[in-house]
Design a protein around this ligand. Structure first.
Ligand code: PLP
Length: 378
């Protein structure tokens, strides 16, 4: 079976694995054991990983908090700022196409007294920046807009949104989970105050991630979710997952060195498949073709008259996603495609292909032939 679901998760790069393995066995120490060399060694590895992650996004090491991944980072950021800034206000602006980690946390905060504005997107999946401008109130504490969408790859104008947010004296948070490892991130250039990373999206291990929290201009205050031990600058207590963190650090280092080459290679695969499949009458590319991650292709395939679908034709040979794999626990149609104006039926006939560095042109050629043959086109 060929894996074309890299936005869902990625295999661990063998170089990342090699770096991690000793931290399960000979270097098993607890990074907060300050009285002996086992602890010092693990702590040294954590420091190195913190440097790698900070460097990867243009941050200071003291601004990186290790977590279990983006869901935790997002929960911590949204709940933590809501609590920390409650005397200033209770209003958060976000977008309808955010990941469920954001949307479900916002729904929870609404129960706790937050007012949330959910921005619309256009047919291309993009936010109208003027709509943001009109959404601020004097109670707005935070704007949370993802950099790249996991289902469509659509990119938002993060710099501009950050600028407007700061003009309105609120904090700007961006879910950068899908951007990381695919395009460069510089928190200062982009004007990001809070963002998150997840190692398993960039050829690192599952269960390791980070939260970036700006320390100055402005200094962001967060009330922690976990208490007990005051690890991670008192922001996230709990014994650190040294092997996972080492893996995250190495994955960031490799991505920073290699992403331009990977970028070029993968964009050729995506360009090829879309170009070939556009032969299918009524095929649609979901999302902006201009502002989009180079590895993601979310396509609407018209079903045949007898109701059969491309997905049922390819699913035993290709691992792809219908809607978002991250939320596949619920069978609802994709909230992202619905927000972009597709009908429920249309969204059920959309497939997300997300390519990665281990895919080959041959695999993609075979897939194209398989899909075209479904429509009797080749
Ligand atoms: N945000 C986005 C955009 C994602 O694609 C994912 C992936 O599932 C998450 C958040 C959650 O990340 P994690 O799996 O690290 O909890």
């Amino acid at each position: 079976m060929t894996y074309l679901d890299y936005n869902s998760t990625t295999p661990v790069d063998t170089r990342v694995l090699a770096e991690m393995l000793p931290y399960f066995t000979e270097h098993f120490g607890n990074a907060s054991s300050h009285t002996h060399a086992f602890g010092w060694y693990a702590n040294g590895a954590i420091d190195k990983a913190r440097d790698q992650v900070a460097h990867f996004i243009g941050a200071e090491t003291s601004e990186i908090i290790f977590t279990s991944g983006s869901t935790e980072s997002i929960n911590m950021a949204l709940k933590g700022t809501f609590e920390a800034y409650h005397t200033k206000g209770n209003h958060i602006i976000t977008c309808k196409t955010e990941h469920k980690a954001v949307l479900d946390t916002c729904a929870y905060l609404e129960e706790k007294g937050a007012t949330i504005t959910y921005l619309d997107v256009d047919r291309e999946g993009r936010i109208d920046v003027d709509e943001i401008n009109n959404s601020f109130t004097e109670k707005t504490i935070l704007v949370c807009v993802m950099a790249a969408n996991n289902e469509t790859g659509v990119l938002q104008d993060i710099e501009k949104i950050a600028q407007i947010t700061h003009q309105n004296e609120a904090l700007f948070m961006s879910d950068t989970t899908q951007l990381a490892g695919k395009l460069p991130i510089d928190v200062n250039e982009m004007g990001i105050d809070i963002c998150c990373l997840s190692a398993h999206k960039l050829y690192g291990p599952k269960g390791a991630g980070a939260l970036y929290v700006r320390r100055k201009n402005p200094r962001v205050n967060l009330i922690p979710l976990f208490h007990g031990g005051k690890h991670e600058f008192g922001k996230r207590s709990g014994t650190l997952n040294a092997a996972g963190i080492v893996g995250l650090g190495k994955a960031c280092e490799i991505a920073a060195q290699e992403f331009w080459d990977t970028n070029m290679y993968i964009s050729k695969l995506r360009g090829f498949i879309e170009h070939q499949l556009l032969e299918i009458p009524e095929l649609l590319i979901n999302g902006s073709t201009r502002y989009r991650l180079y590895n993601t292709s979310n396509l609407y395939f018209p079903p045949l008259k007898d109701g059969s679908t491309v997905f049922s034709h390819i699913k035993t040979k290709y691992a792809v996603s219908l809607g978002s794999a991250c939320t596949s626990a619920n069978a609802e149609p994709s909230h992202v495609l619905i927000a972009m104006g597709l009908s429920k039926e249309e969204s059920e006939n959309c497939i997300r292909f997300s390519f990665g560095k281990q895919n080959t042109m041959e695999e993609i050629q075979i897939l194209v032939t398989l899909i075209l043959s479904f429509y009797n086109l080749k």
